[in-house]
Design a protein. Structure first.
Length: 134
């Protein structure tokens, strides 16, 4: 029974992902929210998504959120929260896999939204240190 539950759960999550993907296409004004939900669905299906050797199936959704919002002229509070979440997650991910140039971009954005964040400042300083070694 446990095995079939897992299969049923994965099927349902795949269907939900497809629905949010269609919503992002049909309603571009809701694409950020749809991509965030797709991230949560795919990331929830794949808890090893943060491992270095793993390709990161949920990453494209955070990248889409980041690209959509990073140059937007005016961000409302929801946009800021989504952008901070995306830049934070991408900072962690890129730092973890050694993509220091990209990490620097994401963590710089994160710091622009939350300049006093200790974790963001630590990652930023580590990226500067590790990036020089390459």
């Amino acid at each position: 029974a446990e095995e079939s539950y897992g299969g049923e759960r994965i099927d349902a999550l795949n269907k939900a992902d497809a629905v949010y993907g269609e919503m992002a296409q049909l309603f571009p004004e809701s694409a950020v929210n749809a991509n965030y939900n797709r991230f949560r669905i795919v990331h929830g299906m794949d808890p090893e998504d943060v491992q270095k050797e793993h390709p990161g199936r949920s990453r494209p959704f955070m990248e889409a959120i980041y690209r959509t919002l990073k140059d937007k002229a005016e961000l409302d509070e929801a946009d800021k929260a989504y952008l901070e979440t995306a830049s934070r997650w991408l900072s962690y991910r890129c730092f973890f896999v050694g993509e220091y140039a990209l990490c620097n971009e994401y963590v710089t954005c994160w710091l622009s939204l939350d300049p006093e964040n200790d974790t963001a400042n630590t990652i930023y300083n580590q990226v500067k240190k590790f990036g020089k070694r390459r």
